[in-house]
Design a protein around this ligand. Sequence first.
Ligand SMILES: C[S@@+](CC[C@H](N)C(=O)[O-])C[C@H]1O[C@@H](n2cnc3c(N)ncnc32)[C@H](O)[C@@H]1O
Length: 291
Amino acid sequence: MTMIRDRWAEWLAVRRFGGDPETRRRFLAQLSARRDKVLDLAQLAESETLLDVGCGEGLIAFGALERGAANVIFSDISDDLLAFCREAASDLDVLDRCKFVKAPADKLNPVDDGSVDVVTTRSVLIYVADKRSAFAEFARVLRPGGRISLFEPINRFALGTADTWAGYDLAPLGEIAVKLRAIYEALQPRDSDPMLDFDERDLIRLAEEKGFSPIELYLDAEIKPVEPRTWEGFLNSSGNPNIPTVAEAVEQALTPDERELLARHLRPLVEQGRGEWRMASAHLVARKPDR
Ligand SMILES: C[S@@+](CC[C@H](N)C(=O)[O-])C[C@H]1O[C@@H](n2cnc3c(N)ncnc32)[C@H](O)[C@@H]1O
């Protein structure tokens, strides 16, 4: 029986890795480091309640339970991911310390005012159009003295030049590259998509506007050669849940002859790691003042 998952659950389970075990291993190792930093910065104490907004498969939330959080609220907009987390919590026998809440980050209505000690996100605000309302909600649900500890990619930093795509030089492909890029840019316009319309300064400003103080932000940025990948894994992966895999985009945008030319040029670059990885991300930690 084929399981049908919503796009968020399907991306987290399959499409972010493209079925490539090595990419999956690298990704998960990086994620555990991020989870640890989000929780370290939150300074979570054992008696506390943590709300993980956009919990996904529970990376941060289960980390908080492992660290002894008294209660963890898993919130997400995806029924499938909330069901996944509930089942995992049942398997771990920690259901009595968990609550599951379906709510978007900018309307956390089921969570009471001043009811949590820590709010976390990891790669969630990047999908939220109304980030200001999300910060307002974080301030509302936190008790005085509570903290936000957020990790968000700064995708704007990763935008390439007109000749590059996904970090690879497609200049020799001319019109083929233009057609391929157009598929992605139509879905996520550079000037207005929620994934691209902010950077680390906006995160600081939004926290400050909602009265958080003190605020600390740690920015990581890297520009380095891409890791070599399998061609199949590359074709079957997508950079986020809102866009097609490379194979899907290629199928949609290019004729069979153009696909052949693309593969001839791009495959060696992908397999040999001849591209540029540009990425930045921010950890933000901030406190809701006592009064
Ligand atoms: C990249 S995943 C990150 C999941 C998890 N935080 C982690 O660290 O693995 C993004 C998550 O945000 C959720 N999400 C997307 N839009 C959201 C919104 N507007 N409000 C709350 N959650 C949202 C998705 O369902 C998904 O679980």
